[in-house]
Design a protein around this ligand. Structure first.
Ligand SMILES: Cc1ncc(COP(=O)(O)O)c(C=O)c1O
Length: 453
C-alpha cells in the first residue's frame, strides 16, 4: 500500500470508525496497527511490518490465514448459492454440518441449532433451557446460575450472566445493570486467589460448594447452570482444579437442573480435547460453539442440545432464530475446517504445541513481578503483580499489563491484557514451534522491560 493510501485510511478511520471496547480519544491520538493482510499466524501492516498473532484473533484462528482449502470451500458454496436462510428451507451444508457436529460432540448432543456469534449461541441456549421448562410445566424455573467472572458474550442476555462475586470489578455489567435480568453466581475456582481461602494442596474443591448452597436454597427456581468448562479465559485465565467441572456437573444433575457448557472459546482442541467437557467425562444438556468453528473465516456458531431437550419442542416450535441462522457460506467453510481438523490432526498438534508453550512460560515464573502463570492447553495467562509475597496487584491506573502488551507489539507480537493485569496467550494450533518460542521469548522481554527486572 502506498503511503498516501495509508494516510487516507488513517484519516477516514479517525473520522468514521467506532471500535469495540476501545477508549476512542486514546485510539485517535496514535497511529494504530492496520492489518492489511495475513500469512499463517502473522499479520502484516501496510508498511510490510509483521506481527505474530498470539491471540489467534480472540481464539478464532484454527488453521492459519491463507488456507486454500477454506477459500475454495467458500468460493464453491458462493457459486452454488451465495446465501440461504433456514426459515422454511434447508440446504446441504447446514444439514451435513449438523450431523458432523453431533458426531464430534460429547455423547447425547444430537440436535444442532445454528446462529452467527458466540453471544447468540449462548442466548439460544438460555432461551432453549427456559422454554424447555415452560414446556415441562415449570415456568417458575427462570433463573440462571453462572460461575463468578464468567464471560459469555456482549448481548444483554449474556452480560446478565456475568457473575459478580469476584475480585475484579465488571465495568460492563455495572454500566448496563438496569437493563439486565437477575442471575446468581457461584464461586470461581481460582487457585491463585482462592475464594474459600484454601491452598491447592489442601483443596477438596470446596469452591464448588457454593453451587450446592445456591441450588439447595433456590430449589425449583433454577433453569440452568452455565459454565465455561475448565478454564475462564477472559476472567484472567482462571484454570479450574482437576475434578471441579465433574463436581459442578454432579451437583447440577443431582438437583435436576440443566447444564449449559459454553465452549465458544474452548472448542476444537484448544484445551487438549476436542471439547473441554470431554476431559472430565461431562456431557451437558446444551453446548455452545463458535469462533474457530469455521477456522475463524466466517461468523457461525451453534447450540447443541440433547434429544431430551429437543423432544420438549417437538410438538411446537422453538421461538428463536435469525436471518443468518445456518448461513450457507459459513456452514460450507465449517465443513472444510472440520476436514482439516481431522486430516491435519489439529488436536495432536495443539497438544504438542501446548508443551512448547509450557516450556516457554517457565522462565516467567522467576520474574519478581510475575505472580502466577496459568495454562490449560493453548490458553495461558501471566498475572503481573506489584508484590509477589502478598499477591498485591499494581494500581489499575498504572495499566501495567496494557503497557507490556503494547511493548510486545512494538517487538512484533500481539497478545491481550485482561482486567487484573493478566496477559492472555491464545496461540493458534497452527502456529509453528519456532514461532511460539518467539512469542513467549518476546513477551518475556516485554515484561522485563516494562517492570524493569
Ligand atoms: C466463552 C465465550 N462465550 C461467548 C463468547 C462470545 O462470542 P462472540 O464474541 O462471538 O459473540 C466468547 C467470546 O470471547 C467466549 O469466550
Amino acid at each position: 500500500m502506498e503511503k498516501t493510501d495509508v494516510d487516507r485510511l488513517r484519516s477516514l478511520d479517525r473520522e468514521h470508525m467506532w471500535y469495540p471496547w476501545t477508549p476512542m480519544a486514546e485510539w485517535m491520538a496514535h497511529d494504530q496497527l492496520v492489518v492489511e493482510r495475513a500469512d499463517g499466524c502473522w499479520l502484516i501492516d501496510p508498511e510490510g511490518r509483521r506481527y505474530l498473532d498470539g491471540r489467534s484473533s480472540m481464539g478464532m484462528n484454527l488453521h492459519g490465514h491463507g488456507r486454500a482449502e477454506l477459500v475454495e470451500a467458500l468460493v464453491a458454496q458462493a457459486r452454488r448459492a451465495g446465501e440461504t436462510t433456514l426459515y422454511r428451507v434447508s440446504h446441504p451444508a447446514a444439514v451435513e454440518l449438523a450431523a458432523r457436529l453431533a458426531g464430534m460432540a460429547p455423547p447425547g448432543l444430537k440436535r444442532v441449532f445454528f446462529a452467527e456469534s458466540g453471544s447468540t449461541a449462548v442466548e439460544t441456549a438460555l432461551k432453549a433451557a427456559y422454554a424447555y421448562w415452560v414446556a415441562k410445566g415449570q415456568p417458575q424455573r427462570s433463573t440462571f446460575v453462572s460461575m463468578a467472572g464468567g464471560y459469555h458474550g456482549e448481548t444483554l442476555g449474556t452480560i446478565s450472566l456475568r457473575g459478580t462475586n469476584t475480585t475484579q470489578p465488571d465495568m460492563i455489567r455495572a454500566l448496563y445493570a438496569p437493563l439486565l435480568y437477575p442471575s446468581l453466581a457461584f464461586d470461581q475456582p481460582h487457585c491463585y486467589r482462592c475464594p474459600v481461602g484454601k491452598t491447592r494442596d489442601g483443596c477438596a474443591l470446596e469452591c464448588a460448594d457454593s453451587l450446592e448452597e445456591i441450588l439447595s436454597r433456590e430449589k425449583d427456581r433454577i433453569a440452568a447452570v452455565v459454565v465455561e468448562p475448565r478454564v475462564q479465559p477472559l476472567a484472567g485465565v482462571v484454570t479450574a482444579p482437576e475434578g471441579h467441572l465433574a463436581k459442578v456437573a454432579e451437583i447440577t444433575r443431582r438437583h435436576g437442573v440443566l447444564l449449559i457448557a459454553d465452549e465458544v472459546l474452548t472448542g476444537w482442541g484448544r484445551t487438549g480435547t476436542t471439547f473441554s467437557c470431554e476431559a472430565e467425562g461431562v456431557s451437558p444438556d446444551l453446548l455452545t460453539v463458535g469462533k474457530a468453528l469455521t477456522g475463524g473465516y466466517l461468523p457461525l456458531s451453534a447450540t447443541l442440545a440433547t434429544e431430551e431437550i429437543f423432544d420438549a419442542f417437538r410438538g411446537g416450535a422453538f421461538l428463536s432464530g435469525s436471518t443468518y441462522s445456518g448461513y450457507a457460506l459459513g456452514a460450507a467453510v465449517a465443513l472444510a475446517s472440520l476436514d482439516l481438523y481431522e486430516k491435519e490432526d489439529v488436536l495432536g498438534r495443539a497438544r504438542a504445541l501446548a508443551e512448547v508453550l509450557a516450556a516457554g512460560l517457565e522462565p516467567f515464573r522467576a520474574l519478581p513481578h510475575v505472580g502466577d502463570v496459568r495454562q490449560l492447553g493453548l490458553v495461558a495467562g501471566v498475572e503481573i503483580v506489584a508484590d509477589r509475597e502478598t499477591r498485591t496487584p499494581f494500581p489499575p491506573q498504572d495499566r501495567v499489563a496494557h503497557r507490556i502488551c503494547d511493548r510486545a507489539r512494538d517487538h512484533g507480537v500481539l497478545v491481550n491484557p485482561v482486567p487484573g493485569d493478566v496477559i492472555t496467550l491464545l496461540p493458534s494450533p497452527s502456529m509453528s514451534h519456532e514461532d511460539l518460542r518467539f512469542l513467549t521469548g518476546t513477551l518475556l522481554r516485554a515484561v522485563r522491560e516494562v517492570t524493569g527486572t
